[in-house]
Design a protein around this ligand. Sequence first.
Ligand SMILES: [Zn+2]
Ligand SMILES: [Zn+2]
Length: 456
Amino acid sequence: MTPSTSKPAKLLTSLWMRLSCEAESKGGEQACQGGGGQEGRALTGLRCGFNLHLDLTWTAGKKHTEQEGVSFSGLGSADRESASEKSLAVVNKLLLSRAAEQQRPVRDCEQRADMSVETAASGAREAGGSRGSSGRQEGPGGLWDSVKKAGFVIGSGILFLAAFGNSLTWHLQRFWGASGDFWQNLWTKLYVAYEGHDASLFFLGTMLAPTLAFWGSNALLLWVDITGTPSFITRYRIQLDKNNPVDPAKLRQALKCVLFNHVVISGAMTVVVYYLMSWRGNPCGPELPTFHWALMELAAFSILEEILFYYSHRLFHQPSLYKHYHKQHHEWTAPIGVVSIYAHPLEHVVSNLLPVVSGPVLLGSHLSTTSLWYCVALVSTTISHCGYHLPFLPSPEFHDFHHLRFNQCFGVFGILDRLHGTDSKFRQSKQYERHTLLTSFTPLNESIPDTQKKGQ
Ligand SMILES: [Zn+2]
Ligand SMILES: [Zn+2]
């Protein structure tokens, strides 16, 4: 199988972009010329990008490519690709000359076309009906405008997947084909070495590997928390005035609890899970799961975790349970990585461990997937508590806000919070504006600073 972007998909994409551009042309032009606020910015990049595509596809077209000696007729597929590249260069040249004629600020358009995932995501959130903060006002057209934008963004995503899905699957399979043997051979060696000692192999996978992942990532974070260096990391701190540096006595007390939870409580849970999974199937089977099945399982584990964590967490916020069990975790209003499992033992079992271990038990998963999932879950909870919004890592703003405000953002991904409206205050906050994948090295508290209070 070869990677391919099907011709119908390409045509469909072009048609979609053309229609989108026409529908948005007025707003797009205004936005290209520097119009309008954050909401305007949200789709400006897309509009400009699609206007560019529109020019490429329709304005320049075959006529101009042929003028430059490029013809598609009678060519083989390789020649067509070469012709396409040539035509792209020609059309780019044409576009630049046209823009110069119209004195249109091309650079402005290009910059806007390159706008980060942040603005696109912001557009999607706007389309979802966000209201509130000053930078997030509804544009003209209100609900209908939002629906159109949502359709535009989602439609674009679907078409992108339709167009490039084949290539993506091909590359993934190729990657797995190349490395799959390596992992299977490694697993076979372990399997043979531990033959007859499944329990040892299981504990190695579910205790040792996740322990290394958790303490490895936390060792780095603790260094920053304790020493306050290096400054290129501390400038990404979410709550700038907190833990600078962290209180040593408070940290020591937290570490004792964390070690107890990790070694004693999680250790005991691993034994229970081993017997449950052995009863359910054979977690240490000789064959590794396929790549696609492992991905599917990880997705299922994540959904189950969101459901179990959200509801158990909300339960622990009931006043009678909160004061006895969950208050301990909330002693840290500005959390650090290691306090992700700083909790009462009962909370640790019900709210931290059960949502994570249930997936592999229910699906009768292989040890390899289970071990990978435990590592992902521990590193992910560490990041969501770490207090630093670092570039190219998942945003920790959501759970950090929970520690700051107590009664908002109970879940992992925010899906159930959206459904139950327990993210309403978060969605009106600066933290929400910053809740995105940071794709540059400028800290979000600098690019999206706090609003100055009156009198300051
Ligand atoms: Zn927490
Ligand atoms: Zn809580």
